[in-house]
Design a protein around this ligand. Sequence first.
Ligand SMILES: NC(=O)C1=CN([C@@H]2O[C@H](COP(=O)(O)OP(=O)(O)OC[C@H]3O[C@@H](n4cnc5c(N)ncnc54)[C@H](OP(=O)(O)O)[C@@H]3O)[C@@H](O)[C@H]2O)C=CC1
Ligand SMILES: Nc1nc(=O)c2c([nH]1)NC[C@@H]1CN(c3ccc(C(=O)N[C@@H](CCC(=O)O)C(=O)O)cc3)C=[N+]21
Ligand SMILES: [Mg+2]
Length: 286
Amino acid sequence: MPAQLIDGLALSKKLRLQIAQQAQALSEQGLRPGLAVVLVGEDPASQVYVRNKIKACEEAGIHSVLQKLPAQTSQQELLEHIAALNADASIHGILVQLPLPKHLDADAVIEAIAPEKDVDGFHIASAGALMTGLPGGFWPCTPHGCLQMLDAIGCELRGKHAVVVGRSNIVGKPMAMMLLARSATVTICHSATADLGAITRQADVLVAAVGKEKLITREMVKPGAVVIDVGMNRNAQGKLCGDVDFEQVQQVASWITPVPGGVGPMTITMLLANTIESAQRAAGKK
Ligand SMILES: NC(=O)C1=CN([C@@H]2O[C@H](COP(=O)(O)OP(=O)(O)OC[C@H]3O[C@@H](n4cnc5c(N)ncnc54)[C@H](OP(=O)(O)O)[C@@H]3O)[C@@H](O)[C@H]2O)C=CC1
Ligand SMILES: Nc1nc(=O)c2c([nH]1)NC[C@@H]1CN(c3ccc(C(=O)N[C@@H](CCC(=O)O)C(=O)O)cc3)C=[N+]21
Ligand SMILES: [Mg+2]
């Protein structure tokens, strides 16, 4: 029996309706939630992603501001823009689209964002809150979206073996922390992992967040596993595809996310949710 699809578009649609209601309730109190998206340079993929984020805000009734800065923007100029957004009471979330041009220090830019507006969840204050389980901060949108999908299918995580392939600060590492917080037994794999397949084959829940087309093949997946594909790659035909060989792996998995239509839309949904959360905190509601 082929795997069932975890439909990130359908789940997003449902969640964004709730988010739109929360945005409206806040707006009626004169506290319209606001997101600022900062895009430096002309990277075509980034332009598409940013446009999708702005469109999602509009549809949810969230105020959005797009700041497009030239590729030659200096570190200091960018930091000045961040400082202005930090001080702007109409803005509850600040997202600096990554990657930044090479001459800019992305880590320093992220740390310059006011932690209470860090709706991407990339600031060390957010990372620390996630790691300790202490309140405050925001959970990074991509792994949080993955967790929401696992919850939506009723996947019990306690005592299960979850394997995360990839250890970036924005996806793999926070994903592992979220699964650990749910009492899964977590293994993190990366480029130096010896015999990746031997480890992924033990996974009840497998999350692939690498950026390599068809890295995860059928032999690497335990029959009945739940497979979450975070990868966003362009194949030789220019088609969007994940890290999982979907055609093969859907024959052994119990559940699988498609690309497109899986983790991507959920990432944007969690960005909207974090922006609402930030506005609610600012309103002193929480
Ligand atoms: N759907 C969405 O919303 C999003 C999708 N993405 C996509 O997810 C993927 C991962 O993104 P991101 O975390 O930023 O990527 P990074 O490039 O920052 O991290 C990739 C990770 O994969 C590991 N890796 C590389 N090669 C292998 C290998 N052969 N076997 C095992 N591990 C390997 C790296 O290991 P090491 O640390 O040792 O180098 C690294 O930890 C990309 O395709 C990206 O486009 C990202 C963000 C959001
Ligand atoms: N500060 C910052 N925050 C991010 O969250 C961030 C970032 N920088 N840089 C780039 C990555 C990537 N990312 C995606 C979000 C949604 C889709 C998405 O909606 N994908 C659609 C398809 C889109 C298409 O067709 O191209 C889907 O999977 O169905 C993809 C990728 C967020 N990122
Ligand atoms: Mg990266």
